[in-house]
Design a protein. Structure first.
Lengths: 162, 162
DNA sequence: AATAAATAGATATGACACATAACAATTATA
DNA sequence: TATAATTGTTATGTGTCATATCTATTTATT
């Protein structure tokens, strides 16, 4: 004869899993929310054959024509060695070109091609539209507040380490 | 004769890299802010020899003693195969045990050991304290708003796909 | 009851993100 | 000129995450 499930967290099997300890942490909420955003963005970029990193790189090159690989790596916060393969791919697909920087034969000046511009323009519209859907339940004010809070967190280290 | 740098984004080398296109996206802000949080959390957990995943697993087991691996995988949103090695590690370090579930010889009932509880209690305090530092520039109201916005985003898909 | 289907955990494997060390070519500095 | 620093590159390792497949057990179907 089995006892009916009256006593939680006993020897019996757990029925509903709680995560309220982790819910005390803002970081946990950020991770879960970001997972949703990331999944959505990945799906959105798939038709353009872009990933988050290649997309970020393409956008940043388009906005800063002529920048160097090291500058790009710094801007989108990835290591220079890891950028090389990304640039290789974008160049192979004729979305960008590696021009030479005039007075420095070590460096490359990155620029988008017309093809890259066209792809990016479509992709960007799609990304913005999908984000709009994802944020549909947030008012303009809530979005503004969210972004400024995230900025505060982003800038909350930057210093110390003597 | 070269033109002086009056026109941005010309043939000249880029001096300051702009990311204002990406800044239009909430997802971009989330990624950058989360990177900061993640870096801080990783450092915080290092003295306890825990990673974000092992920490999440330990917390959730502690809060839901007796839960199964598949339930845990579901709760902390990782795939079952990837959980196995995590559980292996926690068990090897005597932080948790794999008991048997009474009426199901397929499943394990996960529980923290006293050692695991002690480690977790210290780690949790440290994590909360570090988060407090990271969020120092946010008022209580801003934190509440941030969390509720993140929750809205987290729950904004969940449905469709017929 | 016998067979088929579903479930829990495990193993193997691959894709991708991310980090570090070391190198050649070039430029800047002492 | 000799030395140091920078740019892009190659090689390599680690961590996260996903999928397919396997076993042993349990549940459902007939």
């Amino acid at each position: 004869m089995k006892k009916p499930a009256s006593k939680p967290n006993a020897t019996k099997a757990v029925t509903k899993v709680s995560d309220s300890s982790l819910r005390r942490l803002v970081g946990y909420h950020m991770k879960r929310a970001f997972n949703v955003v990331q999944t959505d963005l990945t799906k959105t970029l798939k038709p353009f054959d872009l990933r988050m990193i290649t997309y970020s790189a393409l956008v940043t090159i388009s906005e800063n024509p002529g920048l160097r690989q090291s500058q790009l790596a710094d801007a989108i916060d990835i290591e220079r060695p890891n950028l090389v393969v990304i640039i290789d791919e974008l160049e192979r697909r004729d979305l960008i070109v590696r021009d030479r920087v005039p007075n420095d034969r070590r460096a490359y000046a990155l620029k988008t091609t017309p093809l890259g511009d066209r792809l990016l323009s479509k992709a960007f519209k799609s990304v913005v539209a999908h984000e709009e859907e994802l944020l549909a339940s947030l008012s303009p004010e809530e979005r503004t507040n969210l972004i400024s809070a995230l900025k505060l967190i982003e800038n909350s280290q930057k210093k110390d380490t003597p």
